[in-house]
Write a protein that binds this ligand. Structure first.
Ligand SMILES: Cc1cc2nc3c(=O)[nH]c(=O)nc-3n(C[C@H](O)[C@H](O)[C@H](O)COP(=O)(O)O)c2cc1C
Length: 185
């Protein structure tokens, strides 16, 4: 299997876009755009994210005792590119504020502040598992990354809750000949 095929396959799996942030031992803020983020455990509440070993921020993030994961909205797309560009002044006028020494983005859809729990080597990335100390949740929509492009969600859910009309009822389903009961209004 070649690298391009693997990249294309993984690019077909949509994700949100986050900025993982911390503060280095000298007190300087540090952050990186990360799509490799997911929840791991409910009790205790654990999440993970995966920074590349080659990232300049890798060692600071890996050694950090606390960090935040900020889930971005479509309005943050240029900020996402800034935090994906090494060597730029990532935090200039970006609106982060310090929460217990960790930079948090108040306009984020969600911010999750974590205490570092476990660290694993995984090929050319690290897997950093954090125990969630606090969450901030705002209303809004997430920025989506798919096929190496930023997207946003379609305005309507594909399958509305029970008892409500499926707004996509004219679209084919792969698991039915069209007589599926779920299409009943
Ligand atoms: C949408 C998007 C998602 C990304 N996801 C990750 C990721 O999950 N892990 C990672 O290490 N880099 C990821 N990157 C790349 C880093 O953000 C990029 O390498 C950045 O330059 C690292 O910054 P640094 O070298 O200053 O630490 C992503 C970039 C973009 C645009």
């Amino acid at each position: 299997m070649d690298t391009d095929s693997f990249r294309r396959a993984m690019g077909s799996f949509p994700s949100g876009v986050t900025i993982a942030t911390t503060t280095d031992p000298a007190g300087q803020p540090c952050g990186i755009t990360v799509s490799a983020f997911c929840s791991v455990s409910l009790s205790p509440p654990l999440v993970l994210f995966c920074p590349a070993v080659s990232a300049r921020s890798h060692d600071v993030l890996r050694d950090a005792e606390r960090y935040a994961i900020n889930v971005l909205r479509p309005e943050h797309r240029t900020l996402a590119m800034r935090f994906a560009t090494a060597g730029t002044d990532k935090f200039a006028r970006a609106g982060f504020r310090a929460e217990g020494g960790v930079p948090v983005l108040p306009s984020a859809l969600v911010s999750v502040v974590c205490r570092a729990s476990d660290r694993y080597d995984a090929g050319d990335h690290s897997i950093l598992v954090g125990e969630v100390e606090s969450v901030h949740v705002n209303d809004g929509q997430p920025l989506v990354y798919f096929d190496r492009e930023f997207r946003e969600l379609s305005p309507a859910p594909l399958l509305a809750p029970p008892g409500r009309v499926d707004r996509y009822r004219d679209r084919p389903l792969f698991d039915t000949d069209g007589t599926d009961e779920s299409h009943a209004a």
